[in-house]
Write a protein that binds this ligand. Structure first.
Ligand code: PGA
Length: 254
C-alpha cells in the first residue's frame, strides 16, 4: 500500500484570517505523522502567509493553478517560478473547474505540467468525466484522452513526480460521491493506461487520489480501496475538524 496523500483544495474560499487559522490548526495537530502526506492548496494571495505558517510542519503547500510561461506580458497570471519563490512545492493542474469555466484544454494542461516540472513543482493532474459522458459509456475514452494528451511528451521519470486525481465532475461539490467500487474501477483503468505507456514501475509508484464530495463519513470506504492512494478534498477541507478526520482515517488505514 502506498503512503496516502490527502490534499485540501480550498478553491476561492476563506478570508486571510480564516485561512491562517486553518493552517495554524493543521500545523499544531498530529498531521506530522509519517504515515500520510498532507497538503493544502489556498488561493494565490494567501500562499505566502500559509507557507510561512506551515514551513516547520510536514504539510505541503501548493497552488490551485499556474501559467505555463516563465514570465512576461500575461496580465493576471502566475508562473511556476513565482510559486516556488513563495515556498510552494505542489500545484494542481487541470482541475475540472479550470477545464470548464476557463476553457483549459488538454494541450494547455500538458504545457502547464511541463512548466511545473521544469521549476521543481510536483503537479497534481486532475482528470474526470462529466455525467453525460458517463451516461453515454464514454468514461474510459474521456479519461484516456485526458491522460494521453495531458502527459504527452513526458518521460517516465517525469511522470513519477506526478500525482493523478480522479475527480468525476458529477461528484464535485454535489454530495454524489462515486461509490468506492466506481472509483476503484476508474483508478485501476488509469493505472493500466500508465502501465501500458510507461511501464509497471512508473504505474506502481504514482499515487492516484479520488476527489468529489469526500467527507469524514465516506473517507474510510474510499481510502480503503486498493487502487485509491489518497483524496483531493474540496468543501470538507475548509473545516479543520472534517479535514483532520479524513487525514486520521488515512493514518488509521496505513
Ligand atoms: P468537493 O471538491 O470535495 O467539494 O467535491 C473536490 C475538488 O473539486 O477538488
Amino acid at each position: 500500500m502506498k503512503k496516502q496523500f490527502i490534499a485540501g483544495n480550498w478553491k476561492m474560499n476563506l478570508t486571510m484570517n480564516d485561512a491562517k487559522d486553518l493552517a495554524r490548526r493543521l500545523c499544531n495537530e498530529a498531521v506530522n505523522s509519517d504515515a500520510v502526506d498532507v497538503g493544502v492548496f489556498p488561493a494565490f494571495v494567501f500562499l505566502r502567509d500559509i507557507c510561512e505558517i506551515l514551513h516547520t510542519s510536514k504539510v505541503y503547500v501548493g497552488a490551485q493553478n499556474m501559467y505555463m510561461e516563465k514570465s512576461g506580458a500575461f496580465t493576471g497570471e502566475v508562473s511556476g517560478a513565482m510559486l516556488r519563490d513563495v515556498g510552494c512545492t505542489h500545484v494542481i493542474i487541470g482541475h475540472s473547474e479550470r477545464r470548464t469555466i476557463f476553457q483549459e484544454t488538454n494541450a494547455m494542461i500538458n504545457s502547464k505540467i511541463k512548466a511545473a516540472l521544469s521549476c521543481g513543482l510536483s503537479p497534481i493532474l486532475c482528470v474526470g468525466e462529466r455525467q453525460e459522458e458517463r451516461d453515454a459509456g464514454k468514461t474510459s475514452e474521456v479519461i484516456g484522452n485526458q491522460l494521453t494528451e495531458g502527459l504527452a511528451g513526458l518521460t517516465s521519470e517525469q511522470i513519477k513526480e506526478l500525482t493523478i486525481a480522479y475527480e468525476p465532475v458529477w461528484a464535485i461539490g454535489t454530495g454524489n460521491t462515486a461509490t468506492p467500487e466506481q472509483a476503484n474501477e476508474v483508478h485501476a483503468f488509469i493505472r493500466n493506461i500508465l502501465e501500458s505507456k510507461h511501464g509497471n514501475d512508473t504505474a506502481q509508484c504514482i499515487r492516484i487520489q479520488y476527489g468529489g464530495s469526500v467527507n469524514s463519513k465516506n473517507a474510510n470506504e474510499l481510502l480503503g480501496q486498493p487502487e485509491i492512494d489518497g483524496a483531493l478534498v474540496g468543501g470538507a477541507s475548509l473545516d479543520p475538524k472534517s479535514f483532520l478526520d479524513i487525514v486520521y482515517e488515512a493514518v488509521r488505514l496505513s
